[in-house]
Structures are given as C-alpha cells and as structure tokens.
Design a protein around this ligand. Structure first.
Ligand code: HEC
Length: 110
C-alpha cells in the first residue's frame, strides 16, 4: 500500500511540474525581476509599477516571435525604446527570457 502511494505521488508531482516553469524559465524570470521588475509586471498577474510600462504577459506573440527580439535583448534594450535603461543579455539568457515571455503571454496559442 505504501508503495502505491509513493508511486501515485510521483505521478502527481510530475504532472504538476509540467505546468510549472522549467529551470531556464525560472532563471529568466529572476533576471527579469532584477532588471525590469521595477517598471514591468513580470509574472502572469499584477500591475506594472511604472504606469506606462506594459506588463510582460501583454507584450503579445507577434513581438516575441519576431526573430529579432532575442537579438535585441542581446544588443541592449535601448534599441527597443529610448528612455529605458540599457541592458545586455547573453545569448543564452536572451533565449531563456524570450521563452519565459512566450510562456506567460495571456493569449498564448500553442
Ligand atoms: C525604468 C523603467 C523601465 C525598466 C527598468 C524597463 N522598462 Fe521596458 N518599458 C518601460 C516603459 C515606460 C515602456 C513603454 C513605453 C515605451 O515603449 O517607450 C516599456 C516598454 C517595453 C517593451 C515594449 C516595447 C515595444 O516595442 O512595444 C518591452 C519589450 C520592454 N519594455 C522590455 C523590457 C525589459 C526586457 C526590461 C528589463 C531588461 C525592461 N523593459 C526594463 C520602462 C522600463
């Protein structure tokens, strides 16, 4: 009986993990909280602290699937808009950030 319960809890917890953020996305989220979170809402809920900064979940797929987006994260975000401070992400971090942002889009279609 005990063994069955253990097996069951493994199945249940791996099912839950499929909906959770993977490690790369968690890393990306932490980066975004650190560098962007004082202006943008970074998660799936909440208001942006800066009133003109769009919550990241509302950026929309078109922008994120733009092949350019991850490149722009690497080049520095001042290329996205001028009054934003410049940040440069490594290629790996830029990829993780782009994946994370795709995952939280409120209108995500997969
Ligand atoms: C000092 C506040 C501030 C910080 C920090 C900040 N942003 Fe922004 N961001 C804004 C504001 C305000 C806007 C909307 C006005 C605009 O587009 O100029 C914006 C808009 C954006 C947009 C949409 C631009 C577009 O072309 O529609 C993206 C993408 C973005 N920010 C990404 C980021 C990322 C990623 C970070 C962290 C690395 C970040 N921002 C940090 C203030 C900020």
């Amino acid at each position: 009986m005990k063994r069955i319960l253990v097996a069951l809890s493994i199945v249940l917890s791996s099912g839950a993990a499929a909906h959770a953020l993977d490690r790369e996305q968690q890393h990306a989220r932490a980066l975004l909280e650190e560098f962007c979170g004082r202006c943008h809402a970074v998660g799936r809920t909440g208001q942006s602290p800066h009133r003109y900064a769009p919550p990241f979940r509302e950026l929309g797929e078109n922008k994120l699937y733009d092949a350019d987006f991850s490149q722009r994260l690497q080049n520095g975000l001042s290329s996205i808009h001028p009054d934003m401070p410049t940040f440069r992400f490594s290629q790996r971090d830029a990829g993780a950030v782009t994946e994370y942002l795709r995952a939280i889009q409120s209108k995500a279609r997969r």
